[in-house]
Design a protein around this ligand. Structure first.
Ligand code: GLU
Length: 399
């Protein structure tokens, strides 16, 4: 009998984290790699945020804080929800954790019994299904096709709901596709959800501020207040303020859920770093300029990458409306052969081949939608141009 749990044997290390680490390792060994795998902004954390953290250290804010974050951070989060989402939350409806990831994980630990179902629209962020498995839940994958712009068809959602369904996870803009739900699309999903009062909704809003074409962000709670008693809104500072390493995410939802999450957190990590909390307060209060500047930069990069790949017929590129990812269909390349005669059987083979050719991407299989790969354009224009050229010439070499 293994010393290690069945639970842990069911999951894999996060592929996005592993591939990014591998690309970094190869670079450190001196190999030239264009890194299209990293799901993090390439910008540095803004100076005002760093300064707030340094001041916190100098002022001795180096001790334990309340489990759900300092009072000041709690207030800054409440104000953010009011200002940006027109949502009103009370202090006991807010939790703060070590990244959005921990906040989501805590919510699943707090609610999932063995065999409970979590509906996960695919392509999905790699960690949702494995987190569900870790808490002995059952991830129910809801396929969202390219034909439907990688978005949920409301009828398909309804078909997946059973009496064991606990959660539906919504992620707009989406990692890995950049698909963005309009208000109307969210209303149509809300209509279905309102018919099934035992189902809770988790909206992962991490990419809220990275949206293009003058779109206005809304989550499902903003379009239908009636879901209030069973919606958990997750957000964090990683993507919007270039603060991935600070590990600070937060969630807002019914206070009975927050109370249980808080119990779990008090017995595990206690809270995220007091320094990161001080930095997050500044980020949430004073970042409009930073956000607007980056939105423009990311949109320019999106347009650049799209223009570089759209005319290459072996690849089909889906135009993202948000996030910093492009999801590329590589169906036409399956079954082709490399110079040495080895066959490209799937998107994992293709991604390995790209890495040998000097470009790191994440294979679509990791996101529950094969014959695709994800490119992160959180990198410079020079890298985008060079990386796309390498991808195209690597594809052209395949016979
Ligand atoms: N969310 C990012 C990504 O998808 C960062 C890595 C992770 O936590 O998955 O690449």
């Amino acid at each position: 009998m293994s010393f290690f749990s069945q639970r842990v044997s069911r999951i894999q290390p996060s592929p996005t984290i592993s591939i990014t680490a591998k690309a970094k390792e190869l670079k450190q060994e001196g190999k030239k790699i264009i890194d299209f795998s990293a799901g993090e902004p390439d910008f540095d954390t803004p100076d005002n945020i760093k300064k707030a953290a340094i001041e916190a250290i100098n002022n001795g804010q180096t001790k334990y804080t309340p489990v759900n974050g300092t009072k000041e951070l709690n207030e800054a989060i409440i104000k953010k929800f009011k200002r940006e989402n027109d949502l009103v939350f009370a202090p006991d409806e807010i939790t703060v954790g070590c990244g959005g990831k921990q906040v989501i994980y805590n919510a699943l630990v707090a609610t999932i019994e063995k065999g409970d179902e979590i509906i996960i629209p695919a392509p999905f962020w790699v960690s949702y299904p494995d987190m569900a498995l870790l808490v002995e839940g059952h991830p129910v994958v809801l396929d969202c096709s390219l034909e439907n712009n990688f978005k949920i068809n409301p009828q398909d959602l309804e078909n997946k709901i059973t009496n064991r369904t606990k959660w539906v996870i919504l992620n707009s803009p989406s990692n890995p596709t950049g698909a963005f739900y309009s208000e109307l699309e969210l209303q149509n999903l809300a209509k279905i959800l309102l018919k099934h009062p035992h189902v809770w909704v988790m909206c992962d809003d991490l990419y809220e501020h990275i949206i293009f074409d003058n779109l206005k962000f809304k989550n499902i709670l903003q379009v239908d207040e009636k879901l209030r008693s069973r919606t958990f809104v997750v957000n964090g500072v990683s993507k919007a303020y270039a603060m991935t390493g600070w590990r600070l995410g937060y969630g807002a939802g019914p206070k009975n859920l927050i109370k249980e999450i808080s119990k779990i957190q008090s017995q595990s990590t206690t809270h995220t770093s007091s320094i990161s909390q001080a930095a997050a307060i500044e980020a949430l209060k004073n970042s409009d300029e930073f956000i607007n500047k980056n939105k423009k930069i990311f949109q320019e990069r999106r347009d650049l990458i799209f223009s570089k790949l759209k005319d290459f017929s072996s690849l089909q590129v889906f135009l993202p409306q948000g996030s910093f990812y492009v999801y590329v269909c590589c169906n036409d390349l399956m079954g082709k052969k490399k110079d040495d005669g080895t066959e490209i059987k799937n998107d994992i083979d293709l991604s390995d081949y790209f890495l040998d050719e000097g470009v790191a991407v994440v294979p679509g299989e990791a996101f529950g939608c094969s014959n695709f790969f994800r490119i992160s354009f959180a990198t410079s224009n020079e890298n985008i141009i060079e990386g796309c050229d390498k991808v195209v010439s690597a594809c052209k070499k395949l016979k």
